[in-house]
Write a protein of this length. Structure first.
Length: 546
């Protein structure tokens, strides 16, 4: 009799977890990381590649380790979205780089902003995008110029270390940390401590994949603790002192999950070591076999928050964490800091909106000039692709507003300018299928013309591919770039529509409605129809929520 194929359970394949003994690489990425730490590429860029030029770059560095210092090759111009999945990576590579500058907590001085502006104009063809993780990205960077760029950045205390790659990325923080009248706690010291103690450390330079952090005491939760790998959200602790509630395992992309509360109270002085414990669990127990499962959210989905907390306390911290309360969430509140508002020291901050985060080196220099001319030395980036100037005297707020608006940086933007975001898209991104930035900017202009008095906040987030760099699943209207069939049967750029995403008290992922797609050309008509239908059918006081 042949042996039964159904009666014996199949042995489970290992997930590549180091802590369970899987130290041998199970895929090419893991192999590259084992061969050489990504942090080591810095010296090769300085000593070899910047001198010998693009063609001298080892492919394993070019498409792997360069990311440890914020460098990605750009998409070669003129390759349409239909070829993205078909071509080999090297066929999509341009000889220029995107360079991501990390801005932890979104905190910049005038001198730092001016330096970024100068680098953009000197080495980046005057490009600059504010990202939804508070970074600035430049384009058209040549390998020959990278050492000079680093020198300039480091001279003002900025860096690109671990801005990309399988590393702890930039730490998000509220742009109003330390100045907001209603903040729970100023998280700046904790952000600084994590950065100083752990960023660039070989202990955390080989994670299964990227690791996103937020630390914030913002009362409106503007850095979206629900969708970070690890998040510390400000709360008042059991004894009345401020600290943090700890969340683990949030993330969007193709398998969106909201972070889970561990139910602990983290005192400010423990944040850095707890952060290191969570990051170390990810390093040791994270799934490394398949890239698409190599995020901490899959581990916590399998373990649950109780077991995760137990492992954190017993194996990594060596002490028990106290239980703690949840932060207070307000369902209707806007999670941004746009407009002119009072600081707790009596001065004012001015938050303003470029279109979909796109600025330029020239524009960043103007912002630095405007801030300085009005007595401010502090500029902040936000997690919504916007900027804020801090510390403006009341008597100067109108002048600052006028100067920014003269640069088309709106302090009182339309609802569309205020809440539309777009990822990098096909202009520069090798994974993209469609255009995003220019499309987002023209969508804003169209909607402002067609619906000038639209009364309700509405977020419109645009991605160039199924990844979720612009957070499509948590927008009111999320647009995922893909090729669609137009009325004439042609394959053209378009979007799959997700409706009704939200964060906060009523957190939910937008519904992907089957068949709900629009071509890029018809996008303004489509969005206009959705918004007009809302206006016709809304009940009094009803917010825009689909
Ligand atoms: Fe690129 Fe896709 Fe991310 Fe947009 S969402 S930046 S197209 S990877």
């Amino acid at each position: 009799m042949p042996p039964s194929t159904t009666s014996r359970p199949r042995p489970r394949r290992g997930e590549g977890q180091w802590a369970l003994g899987y130290r041998e690489p199970l895929n090419k990425n893991e192999e590259n990381k084992k061969n050489d730490d990504g942090l080591n590429v810095r010296q090769r860029i300085i000593d070899v590649y910047s001198k010998a030029g693009f063609d001298s770059i080892d492919p394993a560095d070019l498409r792997g380790r360069f990311r440890w210092f914020g460098l990605y090759t750009q998409r070669a111009p003129g390759i349409d979205g239909g070829k993205t999945a078909v071509l080999e990576p090297e066929e999509l590579d341009d000889r220029y780089f995107m360079l991501r500058i990390r801005i932890d907590g979104g905190q910049l001085t005038v001198a730092q902003l001016r330096t970024i502006a100068e680098i953009s104009t000197a080495y980046g063809r005057d490009t600059a995008d504010i990202t939804d993780r508070q970074n600035v990205q430049l384009h058209w960077v040549r390998i020959e110029d990278v050492p000079a760029i680093w020198e300039k950045l480091e001279a003002v205390g900025l860096s690109t270390t671990e801005a990309c790659g399988d590393t702890p990325r930039v730490i998000l923080g509220c742009p109003l940390a330390g100045i907001a009248e209603d903040e729970v706690i100023d998280a700046s010291p904790q952000i600084r401590q994590i950065y100083d103690e752990h960023i660039g450390s070989p202990l955390f330079s080989n994670l299964p994949r990227k690791f996103k952090t937020s630390v914030s005491g913002c009362s409106v939760h503007c850095v979206n603790h629900e969708i970070n790998d690890v998040a510390f959200a400000g709360v008042t602790g059991p004894d009345g002192t401020p600290g943090y509630d700890l969340y683990v395992g949030g993330g969007l992309s193709t398998n969106p999950m909201f972070a889970r509360r561990l139910g602990t109270f983290i005192a400010p002085e423990r944040v850095s070591e707890v952060w290191a414990g969570v990051c170390a669990i990810f390093r040791d127990y994270g799934y490394r076999r398949l890239r698409h499962r190599a995020r901490i959210k899959f581990l916590i989905k399998d373990w649950g928050p109780e077991r995760f907390r137990e492992v954190l306390e017993q194996e990594y911290l060596g002490y028990r964490l106290p239980d703690g309360p949840e932060p207070v969430l307000d369902p209707g509140v806007r999670r941004d800091h746009i407009g002119v508002h009072r600081q707790r020291d009596g001065r004012y901050y001015v938050g303003f909106a470029p279109r979909v985060g796109r600025v330029s080196g020239t524009k960043l220099a103007r912002i630095a000039d405007i801030a300085e001319a009005h007595g401010s030395d502090r500029i902040r980036t936000t997690a919504d692709q916007k900027l804020v100037v801090l510390d403006v005297e009341e008597s100067r707020t109108e002048a600052v507003t006028a100067a920014l608006e003269a640069e088309d940086l709106q302090v009182r933007p339309s609802v569309f300018r205020r809440q539309t975001m777009a990822c990098t898209g096909i202009e520069f991104c090798k994974l993209a299928i469609v255009e995003t930035k220019a499309r987002g900017a023209s969508l804003i202009d169209e909607l402002e013309k067609r619906l000038p008095d639209f009364p309700e906040p509405v977020s419109i987030n645009i991605n160039g591919c199924p990844n979720s760099c612009a957070r499509i699943q948590v927008a009111d209207i999320g647009l995922k770039g893909q090729l669609v069939t137009d009325a004439d049967g042609r394959q053209v750029e378009g979007y799959q529509v997700h409706l009704g995403g939200a964060m906060g008290l009523n957190a939910s992922f937008g519904r992907k409605v089957r068949g709900l797609k629009t071509t890029a050309e018809e996008l303004p008509d489509y969005v206009e129809r959705v918004l007009r239908r809302f206006l016709e059918q809304r009940e009094e006081g009803e917010p825009f929520a689909l």
